[in-house]
Design a binder for this molecule. Structure first.
Ligand code: G3P
Length: 223
């Protein structure tokens, strides 16, 4: 399973790259706003220099023609830019046009299996089901991922599933068990994946035992 970082924060991307598991980055207008950015082109360029894998940049236009135009401008920033379009009827039409031009599209804001089927049929390279936001309204976001993975497998769609709106390590675990292609993960959740209280406790005990042994050796050498 590929790990994308769901952020527009450069420090987080640099830190994640040092661990060797940065397979791509996803951004959206809210993540850009969190960084105080209103014109995303420069930030997307910077991110593309740090990530060899796909970098999703979301369009702000809402009608097909304007979406295609904005998407083409974004795609010119770097070869690994993937344009993110919302799952709307104009967004699906733009997905089709862009796919035909060879521009990779990540269809976002997907909340149902049938929306994901439409995205794949329109030619999306990626589809982003938002699991956390479904959990927020009392549904099970990961059920959606399970359904999408089955549907894509039934018909051999090549569209890759990006599990998005991840809130906890449980989402990542279930995504891996289901066999989703990608998780796009906030940095905070990456840290949670690495941490376990027994790891901390075990390490502290190893270090204490080593220090005690070294102190005993020093003590017996003095006598
Ligand atoms: O990748 C989509 C993600 O950024 C949305 O997450 O937490 O705003 O639902 P959230």
């Amino acid at each position: 399973m590929k790990f994308f970082l769901d952020t527009a924060n450069i420090d987080e991307i640099k830190r994640c790259a040092t661990f060797g598991f940065l397979d791509g980055v996803t951004t959206n207008p809210s993540l850009m706003a969190r960084e105080g950015i209103s014109d995303q082109a420069e930030r997307i360029k910077e991110i593309c220099e740090l990530s060899e894998g796909p970098v999703s940049a979301e369009v702000l236009a809402t009608d097909t023609e304007a979406m295609v135009e904005e998407a083409r401008t974004l795609a010119e920033i770097a070869p690994n830019v993937v344009v993110k379009l919302p799952l709307t009827m104009p967004g699906l039409a733009a997905t089709r046009e862009l796919a035909e031009m060879g521009v990779a599209v990540n269809v976002t804001l997907v909340f149902s299996p049938l929306q994901s089927l439409l995205a794949a049929k329109a030619g999306a390279a990626f589809v982003s089901p938002f699991v956390g936001r479904l959990d927020d309204i009392g549904q099970d976001g990961m059920d959606l991922v399970e359904n999408i993975v089955s549907i894509y497998s039934n018909y051999a769609f090549e569209t890759e599933v990006i599990v998005a709106s991840i809130r906890s390590p449980q989402h990542v675990l279930r995504a891996a068990l289901i066999g989703a292609d990608i998780c796009t993960i906030p940095f905070k959740v990456i840290e949670q994946l690495a941490s376990h209280p027994l790891t901390d406790k075990g390490l502290a005990a190893f270090l204490a035992d080593h220090q005690n042994a070294a102190a005993r050796k020093g003590h017996s050498a003095a006598h």
